[in-house]
Ligand binder design. Structure first.
Ligand SMILES: [Fe+2]
Length: 322
C-alpha cells in the first residue's frame, strides 16, 4: 500500500494538507513564527502571528523553576511577553502540544498578562487520571480537563486571525500529544526533534513507541515543503548551535531515528532500548503536578503557600522496618 493510499481516509490529515498547500500557494497567509529558547529546559516557545492582523498564538510557554529553593519565576516567559507587547500583538490562543515533563507551563501567567484561551488536547483527561492517582489527589482535582479553556480533538479546526489551523492527535510520547498545523507550519511538539537528534522518549505513563511511529509517519505524509518547528533541541553530535526549524522533507530524508525506510519494528526496538537507558527528567514530578493543572500551582494551603508532592518509592525499605 502506498503512503498516499494508507492515509486516504484520514480527514484531519487531508485538512492539514489543504491548509499547508493553500499557504504555500499564496491563497492563505503564511504565519510569521518567532522561537524563544529556554536553555535550562531546552524548550522552544513560539509566538505565531498572522501577517495581516495583530492576532497571534503562543505555543508551549515556560516558567522558570529552581527545584532546590522552590522558586518559581517568570524569567523564560518574559521575552515572549516583551515581544507580544513590542509588536502590538493580541494573543488569541495559548496552546500546549502536551503536558510537559521537563518544565512548568507559563500558560496561566501569560493569560493574566496577555489574555488568550488556554488549550491542549482532549487526551489531557487520561494524563489527569494517571497522575491524579499517582499524586493521590482528592476529588477537588478535576480530571475532565476543565482547568483549560478549550480541549482540541483530532481534526478540530481553529483560526488565529486570518490564519487557518488544525489540531492533529499524535500520541506516543504521551497520550495527549497534539501537533498544530497553522498555515504551512507544523508545530510537532515532542513527536519529532531536529533530524540529527531524532525523536522523543516513549517511556512515560501512557507512552507507546509503536504509536509514536505511526503518529510520526502521519506527520511525515504532509507536504514535504511544510515548515516543521520542534519543541525541544539538545544540539546533536557535531552541532554546536541550537536549532528548531526544519521541514517535512528534511525529516523524511535525514531523521536519524525515523527517516524514510525505517519500519515500525526497527523504530520500536531502537526507541525502547534507548528509553531504558534514560534517567527520569530532572523536573518531571514538579512539572507534571503543575501542568496537569494547566500550569496552575497546586491549591495554596492555609498559610497561603503552594506545595509539591514527592512520592517516595521505598517499598522494600518500609517492609524491613516493619
Ligand atoms: Fe514532552
Amino acid at each position: 500500500m502506498t503512503q498516499a493510499m494508507a492515509y486516504a481516509f484520514d480527514t484531519a490529515r487531508e485538512t492539514a494538507c489543504t491548509l499547508i498547500e493553500r499557504a504555500r500557494q499564496g491563497h492563505a497567509p503564511r504565519p510569521v513564527v518567532q522561537g524563544f529558547f529556554d536553555e535550562d529546559s531546552c524548550t522552544v516557545s513560539y509566538v505565531v502571528r498572522d501577517p495581516d492582523s495583530d492576532a497571534c498564538a503562543v505555543l508551549d510557554s515556560v516558567l522558570g523553576f529552581d527545584q532546590a529553593s522552590g522558586k518559581v519565576s517568570a524569567g523564560p516567559a518574559r521575552p515572549v511577553i516583551d515581544h507580544v507587547r513590542a509588536e502590538g500583538l493580541g494573543v488569541r490562543w495559548l496552546l500546549e502540544t502536551h503536558a510537559h515533563a521537563d518544565h512548568l507551563s507559563a500558560g496561566p501567567y501569560l493569560q493574566k498578562q496577555l489574555g488568550g484561551e488556554l488549550a491542549i488536547g482532549q487526551g489531557i483527561r487520561a494524563i489527569q487520571r494517571t497522575f491524579g492517582t499517582l499524586f493521590n489527589e482528592d476529588r477537588a482535582f478535576a480530571r475532565d480537563g476543565s482547568q483549560f479553556d478549550h480541549l482540541f480533538g483530532d481534526g478540530d479546526r481553529f483560526r488565529i486571525g486570518g490564519l487557518e489551523a488544525v489540531a492533529l492527535h499524535v500520541p506516543g510520547h504521551t497520550p495527549a500529544c497534539l501537533a498544530y498545523v497553522i498555515g504551512d507550519a507544523v508545530f510537532a511538539g515532542d513527536t519529532l526533534f531536529m533530524p540529527d537528534y531524532g525523536t522523543a522518549r516513549c517511556d512515560f505513563p501512557g507512552g507507546d513507541a509503536g504509536q509514536l511511529y505511526r503518529s510520526i509517519r502521519r506527520l511525515l505524509s504532509l507536504p514535504e515543503a511544510a515548515r516543521v518547528f520542534v519543541c525541544h533541541d539538545y544540539k546533536a553530535p557535531g552541532r554546536d548551535v541550537y536549532a528548531w526549524e526544519t521541514t517535512i522533507g528534511a525529516q523524511r530524508q535525514d531523521n536519524v531515528h525515523v527517516h524514510d525506510g525505517i519500519d515500525e519494528a526497527t523504530f520500536t526496538t531502537m526507541r525502547t532500548t534507548r528509553d531504558a537507558t534514560l534517567a527520569v527528567p530532572r523536573l518531571m514530578l514538579p512539572s507534571v503536578q503543575v501542568n496537569m493543572r494547566a500550569g496552575h500551582l497546586p491549591p495554596a494551603e492555609s498559610n497561603g503557600v503552594s506545595y509539591l508532592k514527592l512520592p517516595l518509592i521505598a517499598g522494600d525499605l518500609l517492609a524491613v522496618s516493619d
